[in-house]
Write a protein that binds this ligand. Structure first.
Ligand SMILES: Cc1cc2nc3c(=O)[nH]c(=O)nc-3n(C[C@H](O)[C@H](O)[C@H](O)COP(=O)(O)O)c2cc1C
Length: 167
C-alpha cells in the first residue's frame, strides 16, 4: 500500500477527534495535512487520500473546503484514490445529514478521482443525505452529537476496509 495522507482542518473539533482515531487505527502511519488555506500544488502532492469534511450551514461544506472548491474543480485527479469521512448530526439536521460527503465526493469523481470506503446506511436515522447512493454512503458518516460511542467501532471497521481498498 502506498502512503496515505489525511487532510482535514486542524481547527475543527469533531473532525480532528475522528482524524486522531483514524490515525491510531492506521498505527500512526498517515501524513497529517491541514486543509485550511491549502494550495492546489500542496493538495495534489499525494495519491492516496483520506478527507475529513463535516457538514455545516444546512447541507453545505464548511468555509475552508468551500474556498478550495474552485481549485478542486479544475484539477486532474486521475490515478488518485479518496476515502471521505464526515461529522454530522442526524437528529438536528435530518434533511441534510452529512451532505458535505456527497458534495465533495461528486466533485472528486467529476475530476477523475476514485472514491473508496463506502459504508452501509444501517444504524443511522435521518430523512435525506446527498452522501447516499442507494443504500450506501459514499464515505463514513460520524455523528458525535448522537452516536459518540459508535465512532470508535465505526472507524475501526472502516480502516480495515480501507486497508484492503487502498492500493
Ligand atoms: C450551524 C450548524 C449547521 C449544521 N448543519 C448540519 C447539516 O446540514 N447536516 C449535518 O449532518 N450536520 C450539520 N451540523 C452538525 C455538524 O456537522 C456537527 O456538529 C459536526 O460534528 C461538526 O464537526 P466539526 O466540529 O468537525 O466542525 C450543523 C451544525 C451547526 C452548528
Amino acid at each position: 500500500m502506498k502512503d496515505i495522507a489525511i487532510l482535514y482542518s486542524f481547527n475543527t473539533q469533531k473532525t480532528s477527534r475522528a482524524a486522531k482515531m483514524i490515525q491510531e487505527s492506521f498505527g500512526g502511519k498517515l501524513k497529517q495535512v491541514n486543509v485550511e488555506n491549502i494550495t492546489k500544488e500542496e493538495f495534489l502532492a499525494y495519491e492516496n487520500y483520506i478527507l475529513g469534511v463535516p457538514t455545516w450551514f444546512d447541507g453545505e461544506l464548511p468555509n475552508y473546503w468551500d474556498e478550495f472548491m474552485p481549485d478542486l474543480e479544475e484539477v486532474n485527479l486521475k490515478g488518485k484514490t479518496f476515502a471521505l469521512y464526515g461529522a454530522g448530526d442526524q437528529v438536528g439536521y435530518p434533511e441534510n445529514f452529512v451532505d458535505a460527503i456527497g458534495l465533495l465526493g461528486k466533485v472528486i469523481e467529476e475530476r477523475g478521482g476514485k472514491l473508496i470506503g463506502f459504508t452501509k446506511n444501517e444504524g443511522y436515522t435521518f430523512e435525506n443525505s446527498k452522501a447516499l447512493r442507494g443504500d450506501v454512503f459514499c464515505g463514513l458518516p460520524l455523528d458525535f452529537e448522537n452516536q459518540a460511542r459508535q465512532a470508535k467501532p465505526r472507524i475501526a471497521a472502516w480502516v480495515e476496509q480501507l486497508k484492503k481498498e487502498f492500493k
